[in-house]
Design a protein around this ligand. Structure first.
Ligand code: IPE
Ligand code: IPE
Ligand code: MG
Length: 223
């Protein structure tokens, strides 16, 4: 068994890659899908059971509508084309975040979750309209009638209930911040900031990070 049960990724740098290579931010998002496919394959090969991908944050609504719509249409096309294949590969899709998109996309996301629900090879958590602070507020609201709240209660009230905390979190795109991602769950996660932009991030880069992870002494407060 791989000691990494859960890998989480902030897929950053598509816009800059697109502007640099194609004069279009949107084409950077399209190119970034190739890296998503690579990471999925990697997780299956290495028997990493949970992969969380930050695809759209609660703050990303501040982007121009053209870019937002492009991102949503990419996702729609991808799911329509690949859902059957994803299901055949025994991949489970779970959405982290409130589904507040077009009816068409909301339905497709619900379908993807329902159809793949029993799959056990790899669980992909797509963080979509995800914000860690929103998630924590959601958990607090769920627990508001309880008189005494434990860590375990909070764990089980987050979108990520029944998902182990990530051992490893990677952010590509040469920026060192969490941007409202998994603030509670990453309390003891090993964090790797990668200079490369998401579309330039290759198998060898990922493998290098994973090897580094294996060499880290994880203390959890002990010595
Ligand atoms: C992708 O990278 C992340 C998404 C919000 C989809 P960006 O679009 O943030 O790319 P940069 O950081 O502007 O280069
Ligand atoms: C974080 O990237 C969100 C996703 C990768 C989906 P951003 O590019 O939106 O983050 P900031 O705004 O630079 O912090
Ligand atoms: Mg960015």
């Amino acid at each position: 068994m791989n000691p990494i049960k859960h890998m989480a990724i902030i897929m950053d740098g598509n816009g800059r890659w697109g502007l640099k290579h194609k004069k279009s931010r949107n084409l950077g998002h399209k190119e970034g899908l190739k890296t998503v496919q690579m990471v999925m394959k990697y997780c299956i090969k290495k028997e990493i059971k949970f992969l969380t991908l930050y695809a759209f944050s609660t703050e990303n609504w501040k982007r121009p509508i053209k870019e937002r719509n492009y991102l949503f249409s990419l996702l729609e096309i991808y799911l329509k084309e690949k859902l059957e294949k994803i299901n055949n590969e025994k991949i489970k899709i779970k959405i982290l975040g409130e589904k507040k998109f077009s009816n068409k996309l909301n339905n497709l996301l619900n379908l993807a979750e329902k159809k793949t629900n029993k799959n056990t090879k790899l669980q992909i958590n797509l963080a979509l309209n995800y914000g860690s602070k929103k998630e924590i507020v959601y958990a607090f609201n769920k627990l508001r009638y309880k008189s005494k709240i434990s860590e375990n209660d909070i764990d089980h009230s987050l979108y990520t209930k029944n998902i182990p905390d990530p051992e490893i979190l990677i952010r590509t795109g040469n920026t060192q911040r969490l941007s409202n991602f998994l603030l509670w769950q990453a309390a003891y996660t090993e964090i790797f900031f990668e200079k490369k932009l998401w579309p330039d991030f290759k198998y060898e880069d990922l493998n290098k990070i994973v090897k580094k992870f294996y060499n880290i002494k994880r203390n959890f407060g002990k010595i």
